[in-house]
Design a protein around this ligand. Structure first.
Ligand code: NOJ
Length: 562
């Protein structure tokens, strides 16, 4: 077999390394939107598609290449839309399908690709299939995982699995005669019954759903719980194994790959081919590349940056691990500093740092125990932005991180609706604090999120966000928004080619690497250091005298052609 020297069809970097060979999705900056939290166009206090459409210019000005929209399907909203009633429609509260089609047209006109979320592991309990299943329709029941209970009267769950949101993974149903019946599996909330992916009807349905959206011009999907669709045959007990860190019979089964091979063929049949990004949590990291085989998913999120401590060594290891997967598979790394499931990075970095890695649980557990130093957190978050936007692969930007928003930690308990909060009996505050409506303009809440006269948003915005509105930051050269704009513009110019990352020598505590003509330095260390002389400063994450890289600051320097 000869070595290819020209671009190959899917944009795999060619041996001659020509930048033109890279498909858009290999180097994109992707902006993630929670539609209900982004912008309210119709004035009901809830974000929607007219609101998103009205703010598309913000994304174009920011310099991203694509927008990823969290689930917009009709949904009772038990889990922020990850409980889908109908996969071929858009929630009326968001504007319905007609608004979605307008949004797609306008985004494309601005040169933005659009990724949606597909939620294949579970439906909502309000989905027509599940309603029919509960009503006793055997064919519909076979699309879910109903099982008799254990114990003499079936009053014990069929196995010992725990839901990711706390409590058992099983809920018992009531039969038509009013007597307790079988149980159904839900890896998340009871309102999110898991589908049985061994059922060919389920597989056929999702292929059809993919085509429905691809036919409407959607450029790709983020695959929710990509590792969870297939469960081990027989649903054996997990025997106390932790889903996140140990092999679990509910996660990461070999048969799941057949699903993605089928999906990839569907995506490849479109012109241009459509793409998938996996949310794949695997306990054994060596299994991640399986999802990224050339006939499966195009990329998978690197989740380590969501929790890694603000320290040089752990960050370097995270980057090396990500690049090793990219090297092995040919799939680009998909970097993100935050998303709708984790504590925003400003707040994560505002408290003392764990030795190597935190976790959702440990970060939320620290709330209240230590006053956050938000100025420190923000400085580090800005430096982290220059770090991740310079890495090879894609960078995902979660709405609001470009404004330097922190996690809102003082939301009253009765306004929190995240099932993680409710199912933990309030012990875990849950994820609402990362989904507070964005501040766009003005001096007072809702900061332009809704038009005048609208009811207040469900999740209150902190009054000090007056200083963080997009309008205020657009006027300020030193703002986080201006930093993101500058970084994304420079990234597009200088860092979206195939230039590999090469580590460089640097003073203690400073992480340094080079890509092409750009030298990146991040100072995690205890003291300010001198920047290399003779190099032109392209951008720095914080103010400093010329030639200096202060603590908790990053810089990009032009050091000339390699
Ligand atoms: C992962 C999503 O990111 C999260 O928000 C959701 O709660 C679960 N999957 C269940 O769909």
């Amino acid at each position: 077999m000869s070595t290819p020297t020209g671009p190959v069809a899917d944009g795999t970097p060619s041996a001659d390394g020509s930048a033109a060979a890279l498909a858009w999705w290999r180097t994109a900056a992707v902006y993630q939107v929670v539609p209900r939290s982004f912008a309210d166009g119709d004035g009901d206090g809830v974000g929607d598609l007219p609101g998103l459409r009205s703010r598309l210019q913000h994304l174009a000005d920011l310099g991203v290449d694509a927008v990823w929209v969290n689930p917009w399907y009709p949904s009772p909203g038990v889990d922020n839309g990850y409980d889908v009633t109908d996969y071929r429609d858009v929630d009326a509260a968001l504007g319905g399908l007609a608004q979605a089609e307008e949004f797609l047209r306008e985004a494309h006109a601005l040169g933005l690709k659009v990724l949606l979320d597909i939620v294949p592991n579970h439906t909502s309990h309000t989905h027509a299939w599940f309603r029919a299943a509960l009503a006793g329709d055997e064919r519909a029941r076979a699309r879910y995982l109903f099982r008799p209970g254990r114990g003499e009267d079936g009053s014990l769950p069929p196995n010992d699995w725990e839901s990711c949101f706390g409590g058992p993974s099983w809920t018992r149903t009531t039969g038509a005669d009013g007597r307790p019946g079988e149980w159904y599996l839900h890896s998340f909330a009871p309102e999110q019954p898991d589908l049985d992916w061994r059922n060919p009807e389920v597989r056929a349905e999702f292929v059809d759903v993919l085509r429905f959206w691809f036919d409407r011009g959607v450029d790709g999907f983020r695959v929710d719980v990509a590792h969870g669709l297939l469960k081990q045959e027989g649903l054996p007990d997990a025997l106390g194994r932790d889903r996140r860190t140990e092999e679990h019979p509910g996660w990461d089964q070999d048969e799941v790959h057949e699903v993605y091979r089928e999906w990839r063929a569907v995506a490849d049949a479109y012109d241009p081919p459509r793409v998938f990004v996996a949310e794949a949590w695997v306990a054994r990291r060596e299994r991640l590349p399986l999802y990224l085989r050339p006939d499966e998913l195009h990329m998978a999120f690197e989740f380590d940056p969501l929790h890694v401590a603000w320290r040089e060594g752990p960050w370097r290891r995270v980057i090396e691990r990500g690049l090793a997967v990219a090297q092995l598979t040919g799939a680009p790394s998909a970097w993100a500093l935050t998303n709708h499931d984790v504590v925003r990075q400003v707040t994560r970095y505002a408290r003392s740092q764990p030795p190597e890695h935190g976790s959702n649980v440990s970060e939320r557990a620290r709330w209240g125990s230590e006053v956050p130093d938000l100025a420190l957190g923000r400085a580090r978050a800005r430096a982290a932005a220059l770090l991740t936007t310079a890495l090879p692969g894609l960078v995902y930007v979660y709405a609001g991180e470009e404004l330097g928003l922190e996690e809102v930690e003082d939301i009253p308990a009765d306004l929190r609706t995240d099932p993680i909060h409710t199912r933990s009996g309030g012990r875990d505050p849950g994820r609402d604090g990362s989904r507070v409506p964005l501040p766009w303009s003005g001096q007072r809440p809702p900061f332009g999120f809704s038009p005048p006269g609208a009811p207040a948003p469900r999740l209150p915005q902190p009054p000090h966000w007056a200083a963080l509105t997009a309008a205020a930051q657009a006027r300020d050269e030193g703002s986080t928004l201006s930093l993101y704009r500058r970084a994304l513009r420079l990234r597009r110019e200088l860092l979206t080619g195939p230039e590999p990352l090469r580590w460089c020598e640097a003073p203690e505590g400073v992480l340094a690497f080079r890509r092409g003509r750009v030298l990146v330095q991040v100072n995690f260390g205890p003291r300010a250091v001198a920047l290399p002389s003779g190099a032109r400063l392209l951008v720095r994450s914080g103010p400093a005298p010329e030639g200096v890289l202060p603590v908790d600051t990053a810089a990009w320097l032009d050091v000339g052609a390699p």
